[in-house]
Structure formats: structure tokens, C-alpha cells
Design a binder for this molecule. Structure first.
Ligand code: SAH
Ligand code: SF4
Length: 392
């Protein structure tokens, strides 16, 4: 790939605080927390919370000092009880094509990677993680080979967006010039096994007096946790992406073992019932291209049949191999043949060589204890880049 450079910057370590981070609280919880801490009387809580909200989520402040319309006394109380600190940025990479990556450490051993991909969606998409590791064991996914370390909190999910906005210098009202327009939950972890934190984070990120990324530009990707789909739609109004990868239960049982619990027909019924789907709000189906496994023209036809009647987009994701995997990526010609069947049925189904792949590979040169986790996050975000490609 021409013209890609790697600019690796190590930032001095910030010290994440043990105090509760206000950035992870919804408006209502923020007001309640202020009262509980004795910082604000109950009758002033809502007004104070709204005031703090703008400083935290509109201006992006990382300390209480800069809150010029808050009394010194209250600022001191807030300082003693709460935090607005960002996580430690362990590594930051920028490529000339505009892709940016951050390795964030929330606590010892609690590290995730977040990637900003320009020219995806309306302006650029941020791929965020919802868990460290994953409890599911999709056989083609490296995260699936690792035990779950833990769920991320709402504050830790919001922090990924805050770090990106710090770096893009995008606090305040960027208006039409904003570079961060979309969020995709396609990093590490299964978002529907952490729905409370994901839903709170989406409430916070989408708030019109804060980061203000519309719910229609927030996509949650799931391997198919059927009982949580309706709750996801009702609580978040987020766009839905489904990691399908196979068109029959025998194969999907193997690739996405959660399918044994929630087979394809149940998944399809739950998708049809997803609140708010329409031609303007289509479901994205992700389909990883595995050589000789799921990539025949017959499977492309089966995919078209399966999706009949569902407002859908399809993303073909070239498989990103990892050490020890039994799978390889389908040949390019095979992927094109597969895509041609979808195209004939009216699906745009873009395939692309993920941009920034060179830097994603280059960062494999970084060494640390958590290298395995990071390598996995890289693969996930490379997939997310491909998957996020036709989000609008
Ligand atoms: N757990 C959620 C979201 C994170 S995975 C889910 O499974 O949907 C984001 C996307 O990357 C999913 O579609 C996942 O199937 C895909 N993926 C995982 N490992 C991959 C790999 N090695 N190559 C290509 N895509 C991969
Ligand atoms: Fe977990 Fe998604 Fe990977 Fe499956 S593909 S193991 S659900 S992160």
C-alpha cells in the first residue's frame, strides 16, 4: 500500500484514578451521585448535573479546575470524591492515511485497543471495545481463544470516545467539520453480554448537549445473543450488525458456537422483530470469508434466501489470520464470485482490503505483556474497518 507511514508516540503515563469517573454516569445518575456525595442539595442536583454535563461531555474537561461557573468550594468537593481523568494511553499510532490507534490501560491487565478509521460512515468511525476478552469461542476469532478478563464499565467505554476526541481535537461543536461521526461496537468482546454498560455509554455518547453522535450512527455488532436483541433496540435505538458467517446451523454451530443455543431461525426471527428496522435503517450482516469453509456460490445464494424480507446490508470481511488458526482467507477471485451473486440479488456488498492494514501489521513489532490481547484487538479492528465500510 503506497504512502503509509507509522508514527509511534509513547505518551507519558497518566495515573488513572480510583475515584468514580463522572464521565460514565448518565444525566440522572450524575445528579444522584452529586447528592449522595453530599456535594449538592437535592433541589439543585438537576441544575448542577446539567452544568457539569456540558463541561464534561461538550467541552471535554479532564479536571474540575476549569469549570469556571462552578464555585471553588464545590470544585474542591468534586475533586475529593470524583475523577474526570482519562485512561493511560500506553501506545498511540497514526498512519498517513489517517487511521489512528490507541492502546488504553484502565488498570493493570485491563487493556483495550480503540481505532479511528477516517472516511467511514459520514466522516470517520471509531471502533470501540465492550469487554476485555470474550466468553464466546468463535473458532476464527482470536479473542475467542482468550478467557474473559472482565466487562468494561460505561465510563471505560465512554473514555475510548473521549481519548479519540482529545486526539482529533474535536471538543465543542465541530459541526459539519467533525471527523468522528460514527461509533461501531466491533472491538473486543460481545456487547450484548455487557448491555447495561453499553446502553449507558450510548445514552451518554448520543446526548445532544454532549458528544452528540446520533444513535443512527452508532452500530452494535453481536454474534447473536437472541434474548437481548429487543432490549438492545429498545434501550439504545442503535443500528444492528449481526456476525452471521454461515447460512446453515451445522456450519454456524462450528464457527459461532453460540448458535447451538440460539440457532439461525431464532436469530432471524429476533432480527425481523428488531425495533425500528426499515429500508432507511438496515441491519448489517457480517460474513467473514473463510477459504473452502463458507465461500461457495451456493452459500452466497443461501445467504440471499436467508435475508429475504429483511432490510439488510452485507459486509464481506476477508479473514484476518492469526498464529495457530486452522483457517485461511478465501482467494480474492472467490470473494468476488461470492460478491457477484449478492450484487445480482441487489446487495452492494462491498469487499475491501482493510486500509491501514500495513500499520496494523507494523504494530505487531510492539512488545509488552499484553501483546496477545493487542494482537487480537488489531485483528478485530481490521475486521471492523471492513465491516464498518458501508455504514452511513
Ligand atoms: N463480539 C461481537 C463484536 C466484536 S467482533 C461480534 O462477534 O459481532 C467484530 C467482527 O469481527 C465480528 O463480525 C467478528 O465475527 C469479526 N472477526 C473476528 N475475528 C475475525 C478474524 N480473524 N477475521 C475477520 N473477522 C473477524
Ligand atoms: Fe467474541 Fe465476537 Fe470474537 Fe465471537 S467474534 S469470540 S463473539 S469477539
Amino acid at each position: 500500500m503506497p504512502g503509509v507511514t507509522l508514527d509511534l508516540v509513547r505518551k507519558p503515563a497518566a495515573r488513572p484514578s480510583d475515584q468514580p469517573n463522572l464521565a460514565g454516569l448518565t444525566r440522572a445518575r450524575l445528579a444522584a451521585a452529586l447528592v449522595e456525595a453530599g456535594a449538592v442539595p437535592a433541589d439543585k442536583a438537576k441544575m448542577r448535573a446539567n452544568q457539569l454535563w456540558r463541561w464534561i461531555h461538550h467541552r471535554g474537561l479532564t479536571d474540575f479546575e476549569g469549570m469556571s461557573d462552578v464555585s471553588k468550594e464545590l470544585r474542591t468537593v468534586l475533586q475529593d470524591r470524583f475523577s474526570l481523568a482519562r485512561p493511560e494511553i500506553v501506545e498511540r499510532q497514526v498512519s498517513r492515511d489517517g487511521t489512528r490507534k490507541w492502546l488504553l490501560r484502565f488498570a493493570p491487565g485491563i487493556e483495550v485497543e480503540t481505532v479511528y478509521i477516517p472516511d467511514v460512515g459520514r466522516a470517520g468511525a471509531l471502533c470501540v471495545s465492550s469487554q476485555v476478552g470474550c466468553t464466546l469461542n468463535c473458532t476464527f476469532c482470536h479473542t475467542g481463544t482468550q478467557a474473559l478478563v472482565r466487562n468494561l464499565s460505561a465510563a471505560e467505554i465512554v473514555a475510548q470516545v473521549q481519548v479519540a476526541k482529545d486526539d482529533l481535537e474535536e471538543w465543542g461543536f465541530p459541526g459539519e467539520d467533525r471527523r468522528l461521526s460514527n461509533i461501531v461496537f466491533m472491538g473486543m468482546g460481545e456487547p450484548l453480554y455487557n448491555l447495561d454498560a453499553v446502553a449507558d455509554a450510548i445514552d451518554i455518547i448520543s446526548d445532544g448537549e454532549g458528544i452528540s453522535i446520533s444513535r443512527r450512527r452508532i452500530t452494535v455488532s453481536t454474534s447473536g445473543v437472541v434474548p437481548e436483541l429487543t432490549a438492545l433496540g429498545e434501550r439504545t435505538q442503535a443500528m444492528l450488525a449481526i456476525s452471521l458467517h454461515a447460512t446453515n446451523d451445522t456450519l454456524r454451530d462450528e464457527l459461532v458456537p453460540l448458535n447451538r443455543k440460539y440457532p439461525i431461525n431464532e436469530l432471524m426471527d429476533a432480527i425481523r422483530a428488531y425495533p425500528g428496522i426499515s429500508n432507511a435503517r438496515r441491519v448489517t450482516f457480517e460474513y467473514v470469508m473463510l477459504k473452502g469453509v463458507n465461500d461457495s456460490p451456493a452459500e452466497a445464494k443461501a445467504l440471499v434466501n436467508l435475508l429475504k424480507g429483511i432490510p439488510a446490508k452485507i459486509n464481506l470481511i476477508p479473514f484476518n489470520p492469526w498464529p495457530g488458526t486452522a483457517y485461511t482467507c478465501s482467494d480474492w477471485a472467490t470473494i468476488e464470485r461470492f460478491a457477484a451473486v449478492l450484487n445480482r440479488a441487489g446487495y452492494a456488498s462491498p469487499i475491501r482490503n482493510p486500509r491501514g492494514r500495513d500499520i496494523l501489521a507494523a504494530c505487531g513489532q510492539l512488545k509488552s505483556e499484553s501483546e496477545k490481547l493487542r494482537a487480537s484487538a488489531r485483528r478485530q479492528t481490521a475486521s471492523a474497518e471492513a465491516a464498518a465500510e458501508n455504514l452511513s
